[in-house]
Ligand binder design. Structure first.
Ligand SMILES: Cc1cc2nc3c(=O)[nH]c(=O)nc-3n(C[C@H](O)[C@H](O)[C@H](O)COP(=O)(O)OP(=O)(O)OC[C@H]3O[C@@H](n4cnc5c(N)ncnc54)[C@H](O)[C@@H]3O)c2cc1C
Length: 388
């Protein structure tokens, strides 16, 4: 077995125009925080806040900004999208309405959906009016996606779905799901054969969303049960039985963005704010180290965005960003706790800092599971290196 050196993190500097866009986004977010639209140090759970925020972001033209003009997009670059996304994440902005659709459901529809679906739904997403969820995992099929059992069977004019999906983030609020369903058994020579992607209207009769409790106190994912749910023929996404051929690029988009190292970032930001301008040696050392690591991760993520922009498929590089990035963001709250161990409890702003840190400590375990576990990513990287 020989290792191939196919990994390529081409260095990239964000162009001046992109940096100008960053300032615009930052100013918008600051004005929203000042106006009391959301609190960057607290997780936003009120769905109405997410909805109102989505409309404002849409009005700025920052949803679906890379998509074709014919569907309401602006054909801007992935690098511009990158900075908008990055600024929103750093500020903990309430982006749940459009985040999934903007990142992956929209691009999937553009590539594989019928013309009716594209012209109807893409403008709705761009307007901040259509929320999507991802229906892949099932009770006995997570990492091994190709073991999915939730069935779609032929019916007059379409398909009927029966079975269940699990861990579906935001399904209870979503208008649509792009889901993976079993339409045939696997074939003798290809166990990935037999799964098909469909667009599901989450308001269709026969769908029940059961919320699942999480240790963080947040309830944002679900078991979704389908009881004879009808899907019209033109909601087929891509090829019948051939969904496995469609997955790789989508995963490169899903795995390399700044959301893969910034979910607990507020712990670092609030530590720096609390420390003020004269941190003790322990805090200063920790801050320097964390910022240096973050900088390296960010450069890798920007590089992947540049490669996507250039039309390449940096699947292994994206998996590396997620592997390193999610471990970093997972360890961050604990490292912040260690660095602030000698902070006086009555320091100005300490209570707020601590509340945020407690939350970040509780969400940390999930970060290396969502979107593909660390072990699975390492398999992808090994494949990219020609080792399996
Ligand atoms: C917060 C959160 C949000 C999520 N949102 C969604 C969503 O919106 N939609 C959706 O479809 N899913 C979602 N998921 C599900 C997620 O994709 C799965 O949990 C994940 O893919 C792992 O699958 P599993 O839980 O079945 O674990 P399993 O696949 O059973 O894995 C259990 C353990 O075995 C390891 N393992 C499994 N196979 C291998 C292998 N071949 N080699 C080495 N190790 C292996 C895994 O790494 C893991 O440590 C979400 C999960 C979380 C935590």
């Amino acid at each position: 077995m020989t290792m191939q050196s196919t990994l390529d993190f081409l260095p990239l500097r964000l162009p001046e125009t992109v940096q100008r866009l960053r300032s615009e986004v930052r100013a918008f977010i600051q004005s929203e925080i000042t106006a009391g639209s959301f609190d960057p140090d607290l997780p936003e759970t009120d769905w109405q806040v997410h909805k109102a925020f989505a409309r404002k972001v849409a009005a700025r033209g920052w949803i679906g900004m890379t998509w074709p003009r014919q569907y309401g997009g602006q054909e801007r670059s992935f690098l511009e999208r990158f900075v908008v996304n990055e600024e929103m994440l750093v500020a903990n902005a309430p982006n749940f309405v459009y985040f999934t659709a903007d990142r992956q459901s929209g691009p999937t529809l553009i590539k594989y959906a019928s013309e009716r679906i594209k012209s109807e739904l893409l403008p709705k997403i761009i307007a901040g009016e259509a929320c999507f969820c991802i229906g892949m995992s099932e009770p006995d099929s997570g990492s091994d996606l190709f073991a999915a059992k939730c069935k779609a069977t032929r019916a007059a004019g379409g398909w009927r779905i029966n079975g269940s999906k699990i861990w579906t983030t935001n399904a209870h609020n979503a208008d649509y799901m792009i889901g993976l369903f079993r339409t045939s058994p696997p074939s003798a020579d290809n166990r990935r054969h037999g799964l098909t992607s469909f667009l599901v209207d989450m308001h269709a009769p026969g769908i029940t969303c059961n919320l699942i409790d999480q240790m963080s106190g947040i309830r944002d994912f679900n078991e979704v049960v389908f009881d004879d749910v009808f899907i019209p023929d033109d909601q087929l996404i891509g090829e019948v039985d051939g969904a496995w051929k469609q997955a790789t690029t989508e995963l490169a988009y899903e795995r390399s963005g700044p959301e893969r190292f910034l979910e607990t970032f507020t712990a670092l930001r609030s530590m720096v704010a609390l420390a003020g301008t004269a941190p003790d040696a322990r805090l200063a050392e920790a801050t320097g180290r964390l910022v240096a690591e973050l900088h390296a991760l960010r450069r890798m993520s920007v590089s992947v965005a540049g490669m996507l922009q250039a039309g390449r498929e940096p699947v292994a590089e994206a998996a590396i960003v997620k592997d390193l990035g999610t471990i970093w963001e997972q360890e961050l709250p604990q490292r912040v706790r260690d660095a602030t161990a000698f902070m006086p409890f009555d320091a100005d702003g300490y209570e707020r800092f601590e509340r945020n840190l407690h939350f970040m400590l509780r969400i940390a375990p999930k970060l290396t599971i969502q979107g593909g576990t660390t072990e699975i990513l390492r398999g992808v990287i090994a494949r990219g290196l020609g080792l399996r």
